[in-house]
Design a protein around this ligand. Structure first.
Ligand SMILES: Cc1cc2nc3c(=O)[nH]c(=O)nc-3n(C[C@H](O)[C@H](O)[C@H](O)COP(=O)(O)O)c2cc1C
Length: 237
C-alpha cells in the first residue's frame, strides 16, 4: 500500500476515534514573516532533582511569558539536537525529542495569549533556524475557549504549545500500526517540555483534553497533520 493510501486510512481511523468529519480548510498565513528567537543558555539543573520537582501546574502568574523563557523551553525540549547526513540530505535534523526512525514528523505551534515582544496569535516553531513563523495575529482567546475541554486553562496559560504530527511523513515510511507510535513520539516531547519547563522555573501542564477539530482549525492544519497534545505554560504564581 502506498504512503498516501495508508495516510488516508489512518485519517479515517483518526476521525472515527474523534467523532470527526474532515475539517474545513482554514488556511492561515504562509508563515513567511519569521521572528528569530534569542540565544539562550541551557538551564543548570540536576536531572533527578528536576524529575522529582516536576508537577503539573494549575496556578499561573497573570503576566507575559518572557521571550527568553519561551526560547529556552522550545530550544531545549523540541529544538534540534544535531544534524546528520540522512534521507539523502547532508544536514538532516534530529530533535532533542527523539522520534521513531528519526522521522521529521513532529511540529510545535505556539499559541500566544500574552508573551513579551509577541503579538497574540498563532506561530509555528521552526526548529532548524530557531525562529517563529507568524501564521495569524488574531486574538486566540475565543478559539482557545472552544479548544480546551477545561476552559479554565485559557486564562491560566500565557502560551499554549500544541504538538502535531505529520501523518504523511509517518506513512511514507511505516505501515498503519505506526498511528500508535506517533502518539508515543508526542509523549516523549511532552516529558521534555515538562522537564525543561521545570528546570526553567516555569509552570506547565500537559493537556490531552482538547477538541481536535477546534484545535486543527485554530492552527490552520492541513489534512494529513493532526494535533496530538497541548502544553499550557506560563510563569509560576
Ligand atoms: C499525557 C498527559 C495528558 C494530560 N492531560 C491533562 C488534561 O487534559 N487535563 C488536566 O488537567 N491534566 C492533564 N494532565 C496532567 C495529569 O493529570 C497529571 O500529570 C497527573 O495528575 C500527575 O500529576 P503531576 O504531573 O503533578 O505529577 C495530563 C498529563 C499527561 C502526562
Amino acid at each position: 500500500m502506498s504512503g498516501r493510501e495508508t495516510t488516508e486510512r489512518a485519517l479515517a481511523v483518526h476521525r472515527l476515534l474523534n467523532s470527526q468529519r474532515p475539517p474545513p480548510a482554514r488556511v492561515l498565513g504562509n508563515g513567511r514573516r519569521r521572528l528569530p528567537l534569542p540565544d539562550v543558555h541551557p538551564p543548570r539543573a540536576d536531572l533527578v532533582a528536576t524529575l522529582a520537582r516536576r508537577r503539573s501546574a494549575y496556578a499561573y502568574a497573570e503576566r507575559d511569558l518572557e521571550l527568553t523563557a519561551l526560547s529556552a523551553l522550545l530550544r531545549f525540549s523540541v529544538g534540534v539536537q544535531r544534524f546528520v547526513p540522512a534521507f539523502g540530505v547532508a544536514d538532516y535534523p534530529l530533535g532533542m525529542a527523539p522520534t521513531a526512525g528519526g522521522l521529521d514528523l513532529l511540529r510545535t505551534y505556539v499559541v500566544v495569549r500574552r508573551a513579551e515582544q509577541l503579538v497574540p496569535g498563532v506561530y509555528r516553531y521552526e526548529p532548524a533556524t530557531h525562529e517563529l513563523a507568524e501564521l495569524g495575529d488574531t486574538d486566540p482567546v475565543p478559539a482557545l475557549e472552544k479548544v480546551y475541554l477545561q476552559p479554565e486553562f485559557v486564562p491560566r496559560a500565557a502560551v499554549s504549545l500544541a504538538l502535531t504530527v505529520r501523518l504523511d511523513v509517518a506513512f511514507d515510511k511505516y505501515p498503519l500500526r505506526h498511528y500508535r507510535t506517533v502518539h508515543v513520539d508526542s509523549g516523549v516531547a511532552v516529558q521534555n517540555l515538562y522537564l525543561v519547563a521545570t528546570a526553567l522555573g516555569l509552570a506547565g501542564c500537559a493537556v490531552s483534553g482538547f477538541d481536535d477539530a477546534a484545535l486543527g482549525d485554530l492552527l490552520g492544519l492541513p489534512e494529513p497533520e493532526i494535533p496530538t497534545m497541548l502544553f499550557a505554560v506560563g510563569h509560576a504564581e
